[in-house]
Design a protein. Structure first.
Lengths: 280, 317
């Protein structure tokens, strides 16, 4: 009797999880199908849409890589992502360290203040920032994105790193200073290497958040060759009445999966940023 | 007792000196981040307020103040009112569903089972993949002719025959009918935020001390009572955090509506963010656009206050 109950509970658990996994991943399965399906098969409403009724094809991938700017979108995304990572590290790491360590009292308050600016959404800022971009003649330039994306990476990453630095015991630094290092030396030679996992997290997030960003890119960039993946795929391959579903789905899939794999590993740390304080 | 030791006065001297330098160094290290935030968030925010009080357009971007006229004009516009209603509707409905589903899912994920990393990867995909690309997948699933949902309904005989439950037409036209378009947008918002809320809730659930629940079990508390008296009160702060961030992300999101419907059919799924974009950028009316976007601000400020309170309260504990 208890065995049957246990089995039923197991079955229930797997059904539940299977249902949720299906809900989460189905749109991506749908991309896989469309990527490799022949147009004739794809656009026959009577064919079973979940299976390959005709042999799979690589035509859509060929089209995507040879006849669209897709590789250009990927390159642009990489350029912007790396530049944003550099700016974020250069500003957030020192700020977080100083706030966590040296600024007593007002450090925590200021940290929360910086984090709260993360809540000012791009949907309020994109109109004035579009004027900034045109004032500095940065429209249609990747520079506009490189300079604007740190507005959401710096607040979040500073907050996240503050948490990391707080977990590094003070004694280690003090010992290093007794051993003859300067305060600055203790920070760069002793503390930063210990915070490497936090810094790696920041690298992943800055890059991921830059890659996900849509609104600024949509507003600042309209030349196809300058677009990033997140706007290039939805706006360039959907244009007109003809939806190029095959290449479109292929592009969405190829750009999504690698970043999703990396992000999954770091998701817990990202969420720790939101819940810091609420869970101890 | 008079003032504490000043730098320069005997034993505290060197210590005070270091602290002074430390404070300066701290300010120096914090400055770039703060300057960036002031220049790129603070200044634009002030500019948004100025625009909303002016008659600026992309053609004539200089600022002549005209008072609150833009806010009045926005409120008088039926499309704006629809956008305002939709923003609340999409946010509250999707986040209520998310809170319930994420609790169920987090409870399931707490249990040990095989292939957890794969299940987790699949469940997290909507949040980890770029949202505009995930939404493109949904756009194809909501297609007016080739929707797989419609195909399944036809296969089950619920659509496309004279006696079918959902009508004799071959498709439901998900994004073409107002009610269904609204439902479609809400479904994608649920899909998008569910992973985030689940991970936040997982953190909350796993932080409940095991012995507390065991003690309650020993005392003979029923599972229902244990949930009501222990799990819910203890995880309330974390659930609120999940809810608040879900609200921020959904309330201000432009991507889902922009990619799926562009606010259509006939503005029925327009939101504050999408209406801001179409007015302020596509139509070039900076002043109107800024005014519309600022209607989001009170809600965001309220959310920020709640988050602050949450942070303060837990600090005391």
């Amino acid at each position: 009797m208890p065995n049957i109950g246990k089995l039923a509970r197991r079955g229930g658990l797997y059904t539940l999880l299977g249902g949720f996994a299906f809900f989460g991943a189905f749109p991506f399965y749908w991309m896989v199908i469309a990527t490799f399906k022949q147009d004739h098969d794809l656009f026959s409403p009577l064919n079973n849409p979940f299976l390959f009724n005709e042999p799979p094809t690589l035509d859509h991938l060929r089209l995507l890589f040879t006849e669209t700017h897709f590789t250009g979108y990927l390159t642009n995304t990489l350029i912007v992502g790396f530049a944003v990572v550099v700016i974020t590290l250069a500003t957030a790491v020192p700020a977080a360290y100083a706030l966590a360590r040296w600024a007593r009292g007002w450090g925590e308050t200021m940290g929360i203040g910086i984090f709260l600016t993360y809540l000012v959404p791009p949907t309020i800022l994109f109109i004035p920032l579009s004027r900034f971009a045109s004032f500095f003649r940065l429209q249609e330039s990747l520079w506009s994105l490189i300079l604007v994306y740190p507005t959401f990476t710096i607040p979040f990453c500073t907050w996240l790193l503050m948490g990391f630095f707080k977990t590094i015991p003070k004694d280690i630094e003090e010992q290093a200073m007794i051993d003859g290092l300067s305060r600055f030396g203790a920070m760069t030679k002793v503390v930063f290497p210990l915070a490497i996992s936090g810094i790696l997290t920041v690298v992943v997030f800055s890059f991921t958040l830059s890659m996900h960003e849509f609104i600024y890119a949509l507003t600042f960039i309209s030349v196809s060759a300058k677009k990033t993946v997140s706007i290039g795929v939805p706006t360039e391959l959907v244009r007109g009445d003809v939806f190029q579903w095959g290449p479109l789905m292929a592009g969405a899939l190829i750009a999504s999966l690698p970043v999703a794999v990396v992000y999954t590993f770091f998701l817990d740390r990202f969420v720790a940023g939101f819940t810091m304080g609420a869970v101890k | 007792m008079t003032s504490p030791a000043r730098p320069g006065s005997s034993p505290g001297a060197s210590r005070g000196g270091i602290f002074d330098r430390q404070e300066t160094l701290a300010k120096l290290l914090i400055a770039p981040a703060v300057l960036y935030i002031v220049a790129m968030i603070g200044a634009p925010f002030v500019l948004a307020i100025l625009y909303s009080l002016s008659d600026a357009t992309t053609g004539e971007p200089s600022i002549h103040l005209v008072g609150l006229r833009n806010f009045g004009a926005a409120l008088a516009d039926p499309v704006f009112r629809l956008a305002l209603r939709n923003t609340f509707l999409f946010t509250l409905l999707s986040q209520s569903i998310v809170i319930v589903l994420s609790r169920i899912l987090a409870n399931a994920l707490l249990k040990p089972f095989r292939g957890k990393w794969l299940v987790r990867f699949l469940i997290m995909l909507p949040w980890t993949a770029p949202i505009s690309l995930g939404t493109i997948g949904w756009l194809w699933m909501y297609d007016s002719i080739f929707s797989p949902i419609d195909w399944v309904l036809r296969y089950l005989g619920m659509l496309g025959t004279a006696t079918a439950l959902l009508g004799p037409q071959t498709n439901l036209y998900w994004l073409g009918v107002p009610g269904l378009a609204i439902a479609s947008v809400i479904i994608v918002n649920v899909w998008r935020i569910l992973p985030l809320a689940t991970v936040i809730q997982l953190g909350g659930l796993s932080s409940i001390p095991k012995d507390l629940i065991e003690a309650a079990e020993v005392d003979g508390a029923s599972p229902w009572r244990r949930t009501l008296m222990i799990t819910i009160p203890l995880t309330l702060p974390i659930v609120s955090i999940a809810f608040l961030f879900g609200i921020v992300f959904t309330f201000t999101d432009l991507i889902v509506v922009y990619v799926l419907t562009r606010g259509g059919p006939v503005h029925m799924t327009q939101e504050l963010s999408s209406w801001t974009f179409f007015k302020g950028i596509e139509a070039g009316d900076l002043a109107q656009g800024a005014a519309i976007s600022l209607f989001m601000f009170p809600v965001l400020a309220l959310v920020a206050i709640f988050i602050l309170r949450m942070a303060r309260r837990t600090e005391v504990v």
